[in-house]
Design a protein around this ligand. Structure first.
Ligand code: URA
Ligand code: SF4
Length: 209
């Protein structure tokens, strides 16, 4: 299937999905958006209040800040694909639960396959854990890691930086390095952090292919 058609198909499935309890409380599911041939895919955690109202990712305060971070490196939101690990809002913005992450995982995996981005930027720890189950965000943020052949860069969540001033310069520095890191995509070594030795952690990882 063509990438555009597959993304439309996924969005349609997500809109009516009842695979996990989050469908009970959602107003609109948020499949994600952006060009099907995007080089960069940002993956956040899950829809918040405004995203749930509008059916679009990162349209609240964290989204405004993401737009600013992109603008600082000369990029527009329309150039990148933005998705989340869960497509429906966890009530009261609580953390997504393991069974919800598991239920929603295949949609994200299909999006990654369809878009085949040069680089995946994870925003926050739930998104990072899909790719780097053994990593700690404080030690790996802003570093290019190859996970099963694909470049993954973990970053702090923009909402975390809004709440914790000390993270702002860190996330801004990490974004500033994005163009350079993407340029080095081919050279990055495979990360040992991507290969979990704990079998209990294995199912959380996306296959990426
Ligand atoms: N935070 C996220 O992780 N995703 C959104 O879409 C909005 C806020
Ligand atoms: Fe389906 Fe994902 Fe929404 Fe759960 S969060 S209902 S799995 S689309």
């Amino acid at each position: 299937m063509k990438a555009d058609d597959e993304l439309k198909q996924i969005a349609q499935e997500v809109a009516g999905c009842t695979k996990c309890p989050l469908h009970h409380s959602r107003k609109l599911a948020v499949p994600g958006e952006g060009p099907s041939n995007a080089d960069i895919m940002f993956i956040g955690e899950g829809p918040g209040f405004h995203e749930n109202e509008q059916g679009r990712p990162f349209v609240g305060a964290a989204g405004k800040y993401l737009d600013e971070l992109l603008a600082k490196i000369g990029m527009k939101r329309s150039q990148v694909f933005i998705a989340n690990v869960v497509k429906c809002r966890p009530p009261g913005n609580r953390d997504p639960m393991p069974e919800e992450l598991e239920a929603c995982r295949l949609y994200l995996e299909r999006q990654i396959q369809a878009i085949n981005p040069k680089v995946i930027v994870t925003l926050g720890r739930f998104s990072m854990a899909n790719f780097l189950p053994n990593a700690k965000i404080s030690s790996v943020h802003g570093q290019a890691m190859k996970v099963k052949g694909r470049l993954v860069i973990a970053m702090y969540h923009p909402a975390a930086a809004l709440h914790q001033q000390s993270l702002k310069p860190i996330i801004e520095q990490d974004f500033a390095r994005l163009p350079e890191l993407i340029g080095q995509a081919e050279k990055a070594p495979e990360s040992p952090l991507g290969n979990s030795t704990d079998p209990k952690k294995e199912p959380k990882q996306l296959s990426l292919f």
